[in-house]
Design a protein around this ligand. Structure first.
Ligand code: NAD
Length: 323
Protein backbone atom coordinates (compact mmCIF):
# COMPACT_ATOMS: atom_id res chain seq x y z
CA UNK A 1 0.00 0.00 0.00
CA UNK A 2 1.11 3.56 -0.76
CA UNK A 3 2.26 5.28 2.44
CA UNK A 4 3.81 8.44 1.03
CA UNK A 5 2.12 11.73 0.22
CA UNK A 6 0.19 14.25 2.21
CA UNK A 7 -3.20 13.09 3.50
CA UNK A 8 -6.16 15.16 4.60
CA UNK A 9 -8.73 13.61 6.91
CA UNK A 10 -11.89 15.74 7.03
CA UNK A 11 -13.99 15.06 10.11
CA UNK A 12 -10.95 13.77 12.03
CA UNK A 13 -12.44 14.82 15.36
CA UNK A 14 -15.33 12.44 14.81
CA UNK A 15 -15.68 8.73 15.50
CA UNK A 16 -14.55 7.14 12.21
CA UNK A 17 -12.18 10.02 11.38
CA UNK A 18 -10.29 9.57 14.66
CA UNK A 19 -9.78 5.87 14.04
CA UNK A 20 -8.76 6.53 10.45
CA UNK A 21 -6.03 8.98 11.49
CA UNK A 22 -4.68 6.35 13.90
CA UNK A 23 -4.77 3.73 11.14
CA UNK A 24 -2.91 6.01 8.70
CA UNK A 25 -0.23 6.73 11.32
CA UNK A 26 0.13 2.98 11.94
CA UNK A 27 0.50 2.40 8.20
CA UNK A 28 3.44 4.81 8.09
CA UNK A 29 1.94 8.01 6.66
CA UNK A 30 4.09 10.89 7.93
CA UNK A 31 2.25 13.92 6.60
CA UNK A 32 -1.35 13.97 7.83
CA UNK A 33 -3.63 16.96 8.25
CA UNK A 34 -6.54 16.22 10.58
CA UNK A 35 -9.42 18.71 10.27
CA UNK A 36 -12.64 19.20 12.17
CA UNK A 37 -15.00 22.05 12.98
CA UNK A 38 -15.09 21.09 16.68
CA UNK A 39 -12.79 22.41 19.41
CA UNK A 40 -9.95 19.93 19.82
CA UNK A 41 -11.15 19.16 23.39
CA UNK A 42 -14.25 17.65 21.80
CA UNK A 43 -12.40 15.39 19.35
CA UNK A 44 -12.69 11.70 20.17
CA UNK A 45 -9.03 11.08 19.44
CA UNK A 46 -6.20 13.60 18.97
CA UNK A 47 -2.73 12.59 17.76
CA UNK A 48 0.18 14.94 18.40
CA UNK A 49 2.19 13.57 15.48
CA UNK A 50 -0.22 15.01 12.91
CA UNK A 51 -1.23 18.56 12.06
CA UNK A 52 -4.57 19.16 13.79
CA UNK A 53 -6.69 22.01 12.46
CA UNK A 54 -10.02 23.45 13.55
CA UNK A 55 -11.72 24.53 10.33
CA UNK A 56 -15.23 24.84 8.91
CA UNK A 57 -15.10 22.97 5.61
CA UNK A 58 -18.39 24.45 4.40
CA UNK A 59 -16.26 27.46 3.49
CA UNK A 60 -14.53 27.25 0.08
CA UNK A 61 -11.62 29.52 1.13
CA UNK A 62 -10.91 27.25 4.11
CA UNK A 63 -10.87 24.20 1.84
CA UNK A 64 -8.46 25.93 -0.56
CA UNK A 65 -6.14 26.84 2.30
CA UNK A 66 -6.12 23.47 4.07
CA UNK A 67 -5.74 21.42 0.88
CA UNK A 68 -2.39 22.95 -0.15
CA UNK A 69 -0.03 20.15 -1.17
CA UNK A 70 -2.53 17.42 -0.28
CA UNK A 71 -2.37 14.20 -2.35
CA UNK A 72 -5.07 12.04 -0.76
CA UNK A 73 -8.38 13.18 0.74
CA UNK A 74 -10.73 11.30 3.05
CA UNK A 75 -14.01 13.17 3.43
CA UNK A 76 -15.69 11.94 6.60
CA UNK A 77 -16.97 15.35 7.69
CA UNK A 78 -20.73 15.69 8.00
CA UNK A 79 -23.33 17.08 10.35
CA UNK A 80 -24.87 13.78 11.33
CA UNK A 81 -26.10 11.46 14.03
CA UNK A 82 -28.47 8.59 14.73
CA UNK A 83 -32.18 8.53 13.86
CA UNK A 84 -33.03 10.97 16.66
CA UNK A 85 -30.78 13.56 15.02
CA UNK A 86 -31.33 13.02 11.32
CA UNK A 87 -35.13 12.83 11.53
CA UNK A 88 -35.22 16.21 13.30
CA UNK A 89 -32.40 18.03 11.46
CA UNK A 90 -32.97 17.38 7.78
CA UNK A 91 -31.88 20.81 6.56
CA UNK A 92 -28.72 20.76 8.69
CA UNK A 93 -27.86 17.33 7.32
CA UNK A 94 -28.31 18.60 3.77
CA UNK A 95 -25.93 21.50 4.42
CA UNK A 96 -23.09 18.97 4.52
CA UNK A 97 -23.37 19.12 0.74
CA UNK A 98 -21.24 22.26 1.01
CA UNK A 99 -18.39 20.29 2.58
CA UNK A 100 -18.17 17.71 -0.17
CA UNK A 101 -18.78 20.24 -2.94
CA UNK A 102 -15.92 22.47 -1.78
CA UNK A 103 -13.54 19.64 -1.00
CA UNK A 104 -14.04 17.80 -4.28
CA UNK A 105 -13.75 20.96 -6.37
CA UNK A 106 -10.46 21.91 -4.68
CA UNK A 107 -9.32 18.28 -5.03
CA UNK A 108 -9.96 18.52 -8.77
CA UNK A 109 -8.17 21.84 -9.20
CA UNK A 110 -5.20 20.60 -7.14
CA UNK A 111 -4.95 17.31 -9.07
CA UNK A 112 -5.42 15.22 -5.93
CA UNK A 113 -4.50 11.56 -6.49
CA UNK A 114 -7.39 9.96 -4.64
CA UNK A 115 -10.59 11.16 -2.99
CA UNK A 116 -12.65 9.10 -0.55
CA UNK A 117 -16.25 9.98 0.23
CA UNK A 118 -18.12 8.49 3.20
CA UNK A 119 -21.62 7.70 2.02
CA UNK A 120 -24.30 5.79 3.88
CA UNK A 121 -26.88 3.00 3.71
CA UNK A 122 -29.39 5.86 4.11
CA UNK A 123 -29.17 6.32 0.32
CA UNK A 124 -31.19 3.15 -0.23
CA UNK A 125 -34.76 3.18 -1.45
CA UNK A 126 -37.12 3.41 1.53
CA UNK A 127 -39.73 1.22 -0.22
CA UNK A 128 -37.25 -1.69 -0.07
CA UNK A 129 -36.97 -1.40 3.71
CA UNK A 130 -40.55 -1.85 4.86
CA UNK A 131 -40.24 -5.38 6.29
CA UNK A 132 -38.28 -6.48 9.36
CA UNK A 133 -36.41 -9.15 7.43
CA UNK A 134 -34.26 -7.59 4.72
CA UNK A 135 -32.33 -9.88 2.39
CA UNK A 136 -29.71 -7.20 1.86
CA UNK A 137 -29.48 -4.00 -0.15
CA UNK A 138 -27.21 -4.19 -3.13
CA UNK A 139 -25.51 -1.17 -4.61
CA UNK A 140 -27.98 -0.83 -7.50
CA UNK A 141 -30.91 -0.67 -5.03
CA UNK A 142 -30.26 3.05 -4.48
CA UNK A 143 -32.22 3.71 -7.69
CA UNK A 144 -34.87 4.78 -8.57
CA UNK A 145 -34.00 7.30 -5.87
CA UNK A 146 -36.06 7.40 -2.68
CA UNK A 147 -33.46 7.79 0.06
CA UNK A 148 -33.85 8.86 3.69
CA UNK A 149 -35.13 12.44 3.81
CA UNK A 150 -32.47 15.10 4.31
CA UNK A 151 -29.39 13.09 5.27
CA UNK A 152 -29.89 10.35 2.66
CA UNK A 153 -30.56 12.80 -0.16
CA UNK A 154 -27.37 14.68 0.66
CA UNK A 155 -25.38 11.44 0.60
CA UNK A 156 -26.90 10.33 -2.70
CA UNK A 157 -26.31 13.74 -4.30
CA UNK A 158 -22.70 13.85 -3.10
CA UNK A 159 -22.10 10.29 -4.32
CA UNK A 160 -23.28 11.34 -7.75
CA UNK A 161 -21.07 14.39 -7.65
CA UNK A 162 -18.09 12.12 -6.95
CA UNK A 163 -19.16 9.91 -9.84
CA UNK A 164 -19.40 12.86 -12.25
CA UNK A 165 -16.05 14.28 -11.13
CA UNK A 166 -14.60 10.89 -12.08
CA UNK A 167 -16.39 10.79 -15.44
CA UNK A 168 -15.80 14.39 -16.44
CA UNK A 169 -12.43 15.19 -14.87
CA UNK A 170 -10.86 11.80 -14.20
CA UNK A 171 -10.62 12.48 -10.46
CA UNK A 172 -9.96 9.13 -8.76
CA UNK A 173 -12.94 8.89 -6.40
CA UNK A 174 -13.76 6.07 -4.00
CA UNK A 175 -17.20 5.95 -2.35
CA UNK A 176 -17.95 3.72 0.63
CA UNK A 177 -21.56 3.20 1.72
CA UNK A 178 -21.22 2.64 5.46
CA UNK A 179 -23.84 0.61 7.31
CA UNK A 180 -24.24 1.66 10.99
CA UNK A 181 -20.66 1.82 12.17
CA UNK A 182 -20.00 1.33 15.89
CA UNK A 183 -17.08 0.93 18.28
CA UNK A 184 -15.21 2.70 21.08
CA UNK A 185 -14.39 6.43 20.86
CA UNK A 186 -17.69 7.42 19.28
CA UNK A 187 -20.84 9.31 20.25
CA UNK A 188 -22.81 7.55 22.97
CA UNK A 189 -24.94 10.37 24.40
CA UNK A 190 -26.16 13.89 23.69
CA UNK A 191 -28.71 13.07 20.97
CA UNK A 192 -26.46 12.12 18.02
CA UNK A 193 -25.70 8.56 19.17
CA UNK A 194 -26.75 5.53 17.14
CA UNK A 195 -28.49 2.40 18.40
CA UNK A 196 -25.47 0.24 19.45
CA UNK A 197 -23.88 3.04 21.49
CA UNK A 198 -27.25 4.12 22.90
CA UNK A 199 -28.13 0.59 24.04
CA UNK A 200 -24.64 0.05 25.51
CA UNK A 201 -24.96 3.35 27.40
CA UNK A 202 -28.45 2.57 28.73
CA UNK A 203 -27.42 -0.87 29.96
CA UNK A 204 -24.15 0.43 31.44
CA UNK A 205 -26.16 3.11 33.26
CA UNK A 206 -28.53 0.40 34.51
CA UNK A 207 -25.56 -1.55 35.89
CA UNK A 208 -24.07 1.53 37.54
CA UNK A 209 -27.32 2.92 38.98
CA UNK A 210 -29.02 -0.37 39.83
CA UNK A 211 -32.15 0.89 38.05
CA UNK A 212 -32.74 -1.86 35.52
CA UNK A 213 -35.27 -0.15 33.23
CA UNK A 214 -34.33 0.99 29.76
CA UNK A 215 -36.23 2.76 27.00
CA UNK A 216 -36.20 1.29 23.51
CA UNK A 217 -37.27 3.34 20.49
CA UNK A 218 -40.07 1.65 18.56
CA UNK A 219 -41.17 -1.92 19.24
CA UNK A 220 -37.60 -3.22 19.02
CA UNK A 221 -38.41 -5.51 16.10
CA UNK A 222 -36.87 -3.15 13.49
CA UNK A 223 -33.68 -4.70 12.08
CA UNK A 224 -30.27 -3.42 11.06
CA UNK A 225 -26.77 -4.70 10.46
CA UNK A 226 -24.02 -3.04 12.47
CA UNK A 227 -20.42 -2.76 11.31
CA UNK A 228 -17.51 -2.74 13.72
CA UNK A 229 -14.98 0.04 13.24
CA UNK A 230 -12.09 -2.38 12.42
CA UNK A 231 -14.10 -3.82 9.52
CA UNK A 232 -14.98 -0.32 8.35
CA UNK A 233 -11.30 0.70 8.28
CA UNK A 234 -10.37 -2.46 6.43
CA UNK A 235 -13.11 -1.79 3.86
CA UNK A 236 -11.92 1.81 3.40
CA UNK A 237 -8.33 0.63 2.86
CA UNK A 238 -9.27 -2.06 0.36
CA UNK A 239 -11.44 0.36 -1.57
CA UNK A 240 -8.78 3.09 -1.60
CA UNK A 241 -6.15 0.66 -2.88
CA UNK A 242 -8.49 -0.65 -5.58
CA UNK A 243 -9.41 0.71 -8.98
CA UNK A 244 -13.14 0.60 -8.17
CA UNK A 245 -14.72 4.06 -8.44
CA UNK A 246 -18.45 3.39 -7.96
CA UNK A 247 -20.26 3.28 -4.60
CA UNK A 248 -19.58 0.12 -2.60
CA UNK A 249 -21.30 -1.25 0.51
CA UNK A 250 -19.00 -1.37 3.52
CA UNK A 251 -21.31 -3.06 5.96
CA UNK A 252 -21.90 -6.17 7.99
CA UNK A 253 -24.61 -8.56 6.80
CA UNK A 254 -25.35 -9.88 10.31
CA UNK A 255 -28.99 -8.84 10.57
CA UNK A 256 -30.37 -8.29 14.08
CA UNK A 257 -33.43 -6.68 15.57
CA UNK A 258 -32.95 -4.00 18.20
CA UNK A 259 -34.37 -6.49 20.73
CA UNK A 260 -31.65 -8.99 19.75
CA UNK A 261 -29.07 -6.21 20.07
CA UNK A 262 -30.31 -5.62 23.62
CA UNK A 263 -30.09 -9.38 24.33
CA UNK A 264 -26.41 -9.36 23.31
CA UNK A 265 -25.54 -6.31 25.41
CA UNK A 266 -27.41 -7.77 28.39
CA UNK A 267 -25.26 -10.90 28.09
CA UNK A 268 -22.06 -8.84 27.92
CA UNK A 269 -23.11 -6.72 30.92
CA UNK A 270 -24.36 -9.71 32.89
CA UNK A 271 -27.79 -8.23 33.70
CA UNK A 272 -31.36 -8.43 32.49
CA UNK A 273 -33.23 -5.16 31.98
CA UNK A 274 -36.89 -4.28 31.84
CA UNK A 275 -37.62 -2.89 28.37
CA UNK A 276 -40.02 0.04 27.96
CA UNK A 277 -40.97 0.70 24.37
CA UNK A 278 -41.30 4.31 23.20
CA UNK A 279 -43.48 3.69 20.16
CA UNK A 280 -43.52 7.37 19.07
CA UNK A 281 -39.73 7.79 19.09
CA UNK A 282 -37.79 8.04 15.78
CA UNK A 283 -37.11 4.56 14.45
CA UNK A 284 -36.15 4.92 10.77
CA UNK A 285 -36.83 2.18 8.25
CA UNK A 286 -38.26 -1.18 9.35
CA UNK A 287 -35.47 -3.40 8.08
CA UNK A 288 -32.03 -2.74 6.60
CA UNK A 289 -29.14 -5.03 5.79
CA UNK A 290 -26.07 -5.00 3.56
CA UNK A 291 -25.75 -7.22 0.49
CA UNK A 292 -22.05 -8.03 0.28
CA UNK A 293 -21.92 -9.83 -3.05
CA UNK A 294 -20.00 -7.04 -4.75
CA UNK A 295 -17.40 -6.43 -2.02
CA UNK A 296 -16.72 -10.20 -1.89
CA UNK A 297 -16.32 -10.32 -5.66
CA UNK A 298 -13.94 -7.38 -5.64
CA UNK A 299 -11.81 -8.15 -2.58
CA UNK A 300 -12.66 -11.71 -1.59
CA UNK A 301 -13.54 -10.19 1.78
CA UNK A 302 -16.52 -8.71 3.63
CA UNK A 303 -16.93 -7.32 7.16
CA UNK A 304 -16.75 -10.26 9.55
CA UNK A 305 -16.34 -9.05 13.14
CA UNK A 306 -19.33 -10.51 14.99
CA UNK A 307 -21.71 -8.23 16.81
CA UNK A 308 -20.88 -9.98 20.07
CA UNK A 309 -17.14 -9.28 19.63
CA UNK A 310 -17.62 -5.68 18.53
CA UNK A 311 -20.22 -4.87 21.18
CA UNK A 312 -17.99 -6.27 23.92
CA UNK A 313 -15.29 -3.72 23.03
CA UNK A 314 -17.86 -0.95 22.67
CA UNK A 315 -19.75 -1.72 25.88
CA UNK A 316 -16.54 -1.94 27.91
CA UNK A 317 -15.34 1.43 26.60
CA UNK A 318 -18.69 3.15 27.27
CA UNK A 319 -18.91 1.57 30.73
CA UNK A 320 -15.45 2.93 31.61
CA UNK A 321 -16.36 6.38 30.27
CA UNK A 322 -19.51 6.47 32.42
CA UNK A 323 -17.97 4.99 35.50
P1 NAD B 1 -19.06 11.94 13.50
O1 NAD B 1 -20.20 12.88 13.70
O2 NAD B 1 -18.46 11.32 14.70
O3 NAD B 1 -17.91 12.65 12.66
C1 NAD B 1 -18.15 13.64 11.70
C2 NAD B 1 -17.26 14.82 12.02
O4 NAD B 1 -17.42 15.83 11.01
C3 NAD B 1 -17.61 15.47 13.36
O5 NAD B 1 -16.52 15.43 14.25
C4 NAD B 1 -17.99 16.89 12.97
O6 NAD B 1 -17.60 17.86 13.93
C5 NAD B 1 -17.25 17.07 11.65
N1 NAD B 1 -17.83 18.16 10.88
C6 NAD B 1 -19.15 18.44 10.72
N2 NAD B 1 -19.30 19.54 10.01
C7 NAD B 1 -18.05 19.99 9.69
C8 NAD B 1 -17.56 21.11 8.97
N3 NAD B 1 -18.40 22.01 8.44
N4 NAD B 1 -16.22 21.26 8.85
C9 NAD B 1 -15.37 20.36 9.41
N5 NAD B 1 -15.77 19.28 10.12
C10 NAD B 1 -17.11 19.11 10.25
O7 NAD B 1 -19.57 10.82 12.48
P2 NAD B 1 -18.92 9.45 12.08
O8 NAD B 1 -19.76 8.39 12.62
O9 NAD B 1 -17.47 9.46 12.36
O10 NAD B 1 -19.16 9.49 10.49
C11 NAD B 1 -18.15 9.86 9.57
C12 NAD B 1 -18.74 9.89 8.17
O11 NAD B 1 -19.30 8.62 7.86
C13 NAD B 1 -19.87 10.91 7.99
O12 NAD B 1 -19.82 11.44 6.70
C14 NAD B 1 -21.11 10.06 8.12
O13 NAD B 1 -22.21 10.61 7.46
C15 NAD B 1 -20.65 8.76 7.48
N6 NAD B 1 -21.42 7.61 7.95
C16 NAD B 1 -21.32 7.19 9.23
C17 NAD B 1 -22.06 6.11 9.66
C18 NAD B 1 -21.99 5.62 11.08
O14 NAD B 1 -22.69 4.67 11.40
N7 NAD B 1 -21.17 6.18 11.94
C19 NAD B 1 -22.91 5.44 8.78
C20 NAD B 1 -23.00 5.90 7.48
C21 NAD B 1 -22.24 6.98 7.05
Amino acid sequence: MQTSGKVLVAGAGGFIGGWLVQDLINKGFKDIVAVDIKESDDWYQVFDSVENRRIDLRDYGNCLEVMKGVDIVYNLAADMGGMGFIENNKALCMLSVLINTNLIEVARSNNVERYFYASSACVYRQSMQLETHNLGLKESDAYPADPENGYGWEKLFSERMCNHYFEDFGLQVRVGRFHNVYGPHGTFDGGREKAPAAICRKIAQAVISGNHHIEIWGDGEQTRSFTYIDDTLKGINLLMESQYSLPLNIGSSEEVSINQLVDIVEEIAGIKVERRYALDAPKGVRGRNSDNTLIKELFNWAPNVTLKEGLTQTYNWIYRELD
